[in-house]
Design a protein around this ligand. Structure first.
Ligand SMILES: NC(=O)c1ccc[n+]([C@@H]2O[C@H](COP(=O)([O-])OP(=O)(O)OC[C@H]3O[C@@H](n4cnc5c(N)ncnc54)[C@H](OP(=O)(O)O)[C@@H]3O)[C@@H](O)[C@H]2O)c1
Length: 353
C-alpha cells in the first residue's frame, strides 16, 4: 500500500482482504490512506453500497483480480478531499459518487474523474449510494444494450435484489410494462412498491407458464437476468419473437446458451458489464448518470436503502447476500462506526446480518 499524504491522517479504517475466500476472512484494520496520482481524485468516503460482486471479488473469482492485500468495495459516496494537478472540474468539499475498481470500504479512496459524478442538489448520500452501481448498471443494460422501448414488456429476474429492483424502476421510467420475478414474497412486495406492474414468484411455480399467462401467451420483449443458472432456460422460453435477454450476472451459476433457440424465434442474448462498458463508452456512462439524476429529481426513481450498517459489519452483509437473505439495497456508513439505521418499506427486519 502507498504511504500517507503529508497533510492527511496517517491511518484510516478499512476492510481488508489479505487472502481469497469467504467474507468472514475479511478484517477491519487501520491502514495508510491511498495517495492520489496527478489524474486522480481522493474521496473521503461516507457511504458505500454492499454488492453481490464484492463477494465474488473477495473469493478471487471476479472479472478483475486486485493484488493482495486490498480493500473491497466497488463504489463510494463522499466528499472530495484532494485532486491531482491534472484534474479539472472537481474541488475539495464537492459531494461526489464514484465507481471504483475496489477500495470503497475504506475511509478514503482514489477515484478516476471520468467515473466520478457530483451529487445533484437534493440527493442525499444514502440515496446516492443506493443508486450509483445498481441503477447505472441497469440503465446501461436496458438503454444501450437492450434498447428497451416504451410500450414493450420487460421481465426482471432477481427483482428484489440490488440491480433487479433498479431495473424495475428504470423499466417503468422508460415506459415499459414490468413483470418482476423473485423467489420470495417480501422481495416481490418491494418490487411492486418500486413500480412493478405484475409479479411472479419463481420458487412457487414455473416462470415460463406464469409469464405466458400474464402476456396472453406472447412472451416478453426484454428479460433482465442477473441470476442465470437453471432459471435461464425458463427465462429464454419466456421471450417473445424477437425478444432480447440481457446477461447481467450469474448468482445461480453460469448457463450454456442453446443457439438453436435463439435462431428460431429471432431472439438475442446480450451481455452487459458496467465494469467494461465504462472503459469503452465513458460518454454513454455519463449520459446514463445524467438520465438517472433527472429521474431522481422528478421522483421517477427512488433508490431507497433497506438498511445502513457500520463499516465493521460489511462482511456480515456480504454473507447475507450470499445466503439470499437481503431484501433490496444495503449500504455501509463508512464514516459512522456506531450507526445502525433502518429504512424504506419496513423491510429491514428481513435483512439478517
Ligand atoms: N453486468 C453488470 O454490469 C452488473 C452490475 C451489477 C451487478 N451485477 C451482477 O448481478 C448479480 C446480482 O447482483 P446484486 O448486487 O443485485 O445482488 P443481490 O442484491 O444479492 O440480488 C441478487 C438476487 O438474485 C437472486 N438469486 C437467485 N439465485 C441466487 C443465489 N443462488 N444466490 C444469491 N441470490 C440469488 C436473489 O433473489 P431471489 O432469491 O428472489 O431469487 C437476489 O435478490 C451479481 O452476479 C452481480 O455481480 C452485474
Amino acid at each position: 500500500m502507498t504511504p500517507p499524504r503529508a497533510d492527511g491522517p496517517a491511518r484510516m479504517r478499512a476492510i481488508v482482504c489479505r487472502r481469497w475466500g469467504e467474507p468472514e476472512g475479511l478484517t477491519l484494520e487501520e491502514v495508510p490512506p491511498p495517495v492520489p496520482g496527478p489524474g486522480d481524485i481522493l474521496i473521503g468516503v461516507r457511504r458505500a453500497a454492499v454488492n453481490y460482486a464484492d463477494t465474488i471479488m473477495v473469493r478471487g473469482a471476479y472479472q478483475t483480480k486486485p493484488d493482495l492485500p486490498f480493500s473491497p468495495g466497488i463504489e463510494a459516496v463522499g466528499e472530495v478531499l484532494a485532486r491531482g494537478e491534472a484534474v479539472a472540474g472537481f474541488a475539495p468539499g464537492d459531494r461526489v459518487m464514484a465507481l471504483v475498481w475496489h477500495g470503497g470500504f475504506a475511509e478514503q479512496v482514489v477515484a478516476n474523474p471520468v467515473e466520478t459524478f457530483k451529487l445533484p442538489d437534493g440527493m442525499d448520500m444514502d440515496s446516492a449510494a443506493a443508486l450509483l452501481g445498481a441503477h447505472v448498471s441497469s440503465h446501461v443494460a436496458l438503454r444501450w444494450q437492450g434498447r428497451l422501448e416504451a410500450g414493450e414488456t420487460l421481465l426482471v429476474l432477481g427483482a428484489g435484489g440490488g440491480v433487479g429492483r433498479a431495473a424495475v424502476e428504470i423499466g417503468k421510467a422508460m415506459g415499459a410494462r414490468v413483470i418482476a420475478a423473485a423467489s420470495a414474497d417480501e422481495r416481490l412486495a418491494l418490487a411492486r412498491a418500486h413500480g412493478a406492474d405484475e409479479t411472479v414468484n419463481y420458487a412457487a411455480g414455473d416462470l415460463r407458464d406464469a409469464v405466458a399467462a400474464l402476456t396472453d401467451g406472447r412472451g416478453v420483449d426484454v428479460c433482465f437476468d442477473p441470476v442465470g443458472g437453471p432459471l435461464f432456460d425458463r427465462a429464454l422460453s419466456s421471450l417473445a419473437w424477437g425478444g432480447r435477454i440481457l446477461l447481467i450476472g450469474f448468482v445461480g451459476g453460469i448457463q450454456r446458451i442453446p443457439a438453436n433457440r435463439l435462431l428460431v424465434k429471432h431472439r438475442s442474448a446480450l451481455g452487459s458489464s458496467l465494469r467494461y462498458f465504462r472503459n469503452q463508452r465513458p460518454d454513454l456512462l455519463r449520459r446514463s448518470v445524467e438520465a438517472l439524476c433527472a429521474w431522481y429529481a422528478e421522483g421517477r426513481v427512488r433508490p431507497g436503502v433497506t438498511a445502513v450498517y457500520p463499516l465493521a459489519e460489511v462482511p456480515a452483509v456480504m454473507r447475507a447476500l450470499i445466503d439470499r437473505r437481503v431484501v433490496g439495497r444495503v449500504i455501509a456508513a463508512v464514516d459512522d462506526g456506531d450507526r445502525r439505521a433502518e429504512r424504506d418499506h419496513g423491510a429491514a427486519s428481513n435483512v439478517i446480518c
